[in-house]
Design a protein around this ligand. Structure first.
Ligand SMILES: Cc1ncc(COP(=O)(O)O)c(C=O)c1O
Length: 432
């Protein structure tokens, strides 16, 4: 059989890039096979190196909510690029973006821009520690907050796929045990566990960080009583509540998961959608906390490319588009339609299958019901997922190459696109 171009590129990539990829989950390790090398994308589709078109259900792992290469975003980026790509000095557009973020997310009084979600969470944690003058942090099993050392404990998705992590051991090589001893890992959605952690060590806890809708162990919703207990306890003990909305911010709703849940966090981390696909992220929150940051306060945080003008242009235009009336109603409706359609097809084929979605983010589980914890997610049928993944890929639909990832739609996923996905699913479920 002739060797395809994707295979040729993968072979070539592995010579100079570890594993042939610049981020591990792209390597198809859990599902096996050859990653597709993308040459271009438009709206809900991308084309691989062999000129094959795929319906994209990852959308760059969340950012491309208005569809790939949206003409208005492209125009904004072109215009910004004409006046240089970076200055290392402040600009008016950064203020505009900060003002827009603060008006869309009322819990954010001040915001600092960075270049990746990892930087946002890492900086938010440092700030929380500096502000409280405490070391201990709480994170939850299966939540991924980027790859800062103290957060690589029972982290989800890529790490859930690759690592053999045991309780309270780092999920990655190269992370000192001495560092993760300051990280308490608790089960997601477990109210009793968080209550007892605060009872035992509340006065030492600098911060609780969580994904308000977990999207790195497939999709798992936080229960209201879990969230309200965390908010009550952090307030009572003077710990900082950090909402990691890198994935959920502007994806599940215009005002974030926090608006759907009625929770006002102390700090919020943003990324993905806010940069419209450019390397851009942010963290922000209460002014009293944010003013501890350098140059005002003692907590150091900086970045050569922070607030990059081309990235800001993409982010501002994307936020303008998602703010238009009806955007989230449409996105949420299409995503729900996609999930209910897939459920019907799976039921008809007699395959145990469940789905969930929040805004433009969805979960599909080869299980009888929707999981509520990391432990339950790891019980879903990964072998069936792998077969389904490849069957869908053969039919031209690109799902996340891991059973532990959420999926993402965009406003460009219209009814015609859903029909294409359903046609692929009919064949794929039948063949499982
Ligand atoms: C919830 C969450 N936080 C943080 C990050 C890290 O963001 P980045 O990959 O931009 O460093 C991710 C990435 O997927 C994420 O999903």
């Amino acid at each position: 059989m002739a060797v395809g171009k994707n295979e040729v590129l993968f072979e070539r990539a592995q010579k100079t890039i570890p594993g042939g990829v610049n981020s591990p989950v792209r390597a198809f390790r859990q599902v096996g096979g050859v990653p597709r090398f993308v040459q271009k994308a438009l709206g809900p589709y991308f084309w691989d190196a062999e000129d094959r078109r795929f319906v994209d259900l990852i959308m760059s792992w969340g950012p491309m909510i208005v569809g790939h290469a949206h003409p208005e975003v492209v125009e904004a980026v072109k215009k910004a690029a004409e006046t240089s790509f970076s200055y290392g000095a402040p600009t008016e557009v950064e203020i505009e973006l900060a003002e827009r973020i603060c008006s869309l997310m009322p819990s954010i009084e001040q915001v600092r821009m960075v270049s990746s979600g990892t930087e946002a969470t890492m900086s938010a944690l440092r700030l929380a520690r500096g502000y409280t003058e405490r070391d201990l942090i709480i994170k939850f099993e299966g939540c991924y907050h980027g790859h800062a050392d103290s957060l690589l404990v029972k982290a989800g998705s890529g790490l859930l796929t690759f690592a053999d992590s045991t309780q309270n051991a780092p999920s990655s090589g190269g992370v000192p045990q001495d560092l993760v001893k300051h990280t308490l890992v608790l089960p997601y959605n477990d109210v009793a566990a968080i209550e007892s952690a605060f009872q035992l060590r509340g006065n030492e806890i600098a911060a609780v960080i969580l994904e308000p809708v977990a999207g790195n162990m497939n999709l798992i919703r936080a229960k209201p009583e879990f969230l309200s207990s965390i908010r009550r306890l952090t307030e009572q003990y003077g710990s900082v509540l950090i909402y990691d909305e890198v994935m959920t911010g502007f994806r599940v709703a215009l005002h974030g998961a926090q608006s759907l849940q009625g929770i006002v966090p102390d700090l919020t981390c943003l990324g993905k959608v806010m940069g419209g696909g450019m390397p851009m992220a942010a963290f922000g929150g209460k002014k009293a906390i944010m003013s501890k940051l350098a140059p005002l306060g003692s907590v150091y945080q900086a970045g050569t490319l922070s607030g990059n003008p081309v990235a800001v242009a993409a982010g501002l235009k994307t936020l303008e588009i998602v703010s238009r009336p009806g955007f989230y109603e449409c996105l949420t409706g299409q995503t729900q339609k996609l999930m209910s359609g897939l459920q019907k097809i799976a039921d008809k084929a007699g395959i145990p299958f469940a789905t969930d979605s929040v805004g433009g983010m969805f979960g599909m589980y080869f299980a009888k019901s929707v999981p509520t914890s990391y432990a339950e997610v790891t019980q879903t049928n990964v072998e069936t997922f792998k077969r389904f993944f490849h069957a869908m890929l053969d039919e031209g639909v690109y799902l996340a190459p891991s059973a532990y990832e959420a999926g993402f739609t965009s406003i460009a996923h219209d009814n015609l696109v859903l029909e294409e996905i359903f046609a692929a699913a009919e064949k794929s479920f039948q063949g499982l």
